[in-house]
Design a binder for this molecule. Structure first.
Ligand SMILES: Nc1nc2c(c(=O)[nH]1)N[C@H]1C(S)=C(S)[C@@H](COP(=O)(O)OP(=O)(O)OC[C@H]3O[C@@H](n4cnc5c(N)ncnc54)[C@H](O)[C@@H]3O)O[C@H]1N2
Ligand code: MOO
Length: 392
């Protein structure tokens, strides 16, 4: 058995990021940049007013002033502001030459063209002015390659003069649900069967990733059928199966992968839940065989599937972020497998969500985080600092 970190590294090494394409920024949220985004313009392009008011020369800060024009956003005042002069100015408008400071309109009275302070004048030179280039200047690197395009980074790229961005193409990810006991969602289970919940769960997990899901459906525990399903997945970038990964007579994922011509890189990870995980290559397709237990399938998808998708999509930091948090209850010592303890928030600390059975969905649905407890760790007192991965 290998440990979790080695399994993550080996999975990411199975395939390089896919090819690039241009993506309109309107559709680019959730992609990772494939190249640095460099500013094609300076922002602000001029010194701009941050408030509605009057543009003055700071040396005339005591007033009064005579209004000689107006500057609105996009419609600048062409002239100059001389001694004792001011112009009416609005938020986002360019400061005319000569002016350097804004007096907000709440602080003055206006009588025709004459304005006078009603309280203290501006305290500093440049008050309420956004200096040209204070956000960024032409040629500045706005986004490094491999960064996630968040709403703020999309706005930044647009402000930098871009309409499209270089990103990796969307991935095709096939899901195979193995198990003769499974029926499709919402259909009759009779007495002996159960609904297949893993594929909808994994599709939901991938919903916000740059992925097109190809659901290859429920495949019974039959070597020929399962081999055919893996063969059908060869047009995809990733195939993820659930179930049939363990050692039972009906656990046929490994034999089916062999029959389809796959090369397995590893099988079994020293973790709880999720031990029977396997990974390898089927032609150019990366294979992840997840355990069938729903909790094990979700935990391994968070730790291995999502990072694999992020890596193929060009992410520079594909692994889930770990945060430092306090436990709200004691924890027992850990055995030979790293434990991913399902926990929920209680008063700003995490407490274990019981029961911790890897087949039970009701407790899983209330969990907020996975607390990571390395194999062999000693027992912890309540209040101890631990590392966790947030689930939401
Ligand atoms: N003798 C041993 N038995 C088991 C071991 C072991 O080391 N020695 N490992 C256990 C561990 S740990 C896990 S995890 C499970 C994983 O087994 P499989 O990946 O082979 O999963 P299945 O047996 O096919 O299913 C397990 C469980 O999950 C249910 N299931 C499967 N698919 C779905 C689905 N799509 N939606 C909802 N539920 C699903 C299935 O009905 C089973 O109840 O093996 C242990 N055994
Ligand atoms: O590893 Mo299994 O995932 O313990 O239930």
């Amino acid at each position: 058995m290998i440990d979790v970190e080695e399994a993550q590294a080996r999975i990411l090494a199975l395939h390089a990021p896919v090819s690039m394409e241009g993506v309109p920024l309107l559709e680019a949220v959730g992609r990772w940049t494939a190249a640095a985004v460099v500013a094609k313009r300076t922002q602000p392009a001029h010194d701009l007013s941050a408030m509605d008011g009057y543009a003055i020369r700071y040396e005339d800060a005591a007033g009064p002033w005579r209004v000689v024009g107006e500057s609105a956003a996009g419609i600048p005042f062409a002239g100059q502001v001389g001694p004792g002069e001011t112009i009416r100015i609005f938020t986002g408008a360019a400061l005319p030459e000569g002016s350097d400071t804004i007096v907000i309109q709440e602080n003055i009275v206006r009588d025709g063209d004459l304005i006078t302070l009603t309280n203290d004048g501006p305290e500093t030179l440049g008050e309420h002015v956004r200096k040209s280039g204070s956000d960024f200047t032409t040629g500045a690197t706005l986004i490094e390659p491999g960064q996630l395009l968040t709403p703020a980074r999309i706005a930044l790229a647009v402000m930098g003069g871009h309409g499209t961005i270089a990103a990796r193409r969307r991935l095709r990810v096939a899901i195979i649900s193995t198990g003769s006991e499974l029926v499709p969602p919402g259909t009759d289970t009779g007495t002996d069967r159960l609904p297949s919940s893993n594929a909808p769960m994994l599709a939901a997990l991938m919903r916000n990733l740059p992925v097109d899901v190809v659901d290859l459906g429920i495949i019974e525990d039959d070597l020929t059928a399962l081999t055919a399903a893996f063969n059908a997945s060869k047009t995809c970038d990733i195939v993820v199966s659930t179930g049939g990964a363990s050692v039972g007579d009906h656990d046929l994922v490994r034999p089916a992968l062999n029959a389809a011509g796959a090369t397995l890189d590893f099988w079994k990870v020293a973790m709880r839940p999720g031990k029977p995980l396997m990974a390898g290559r089927l032609g150019d397709t990366v294979v992840l065989g997840l355990p069938g237990n729903p909790v094990s399938a979700l935990v391994t998808a968070i730790l291995f599937l999502r990072p694999l998708i992020a890596h193929l999509s060009g992410a520079s930091t594909p692994l889930p972020p770990r945060i430092g948090v306090r436990m709200g209850e004691p924890l027992p010592a850990v055995g030979p497998r790293t434990d991913f303890v399902r926990t929920h928030w209680e008063g700003g600390a995490l407490v274990p969500t019981f029961p911790g059975d890897s087949g039970m969905l009701l407790p899983l649905s209330g969990a907020d985080a996975l607390v990571i407890r390395a194999a062999g760790s000693p027992a912890l007192e309540s209040g101890a600092l631990v590392e966790a991965i947030l689930l939401a």
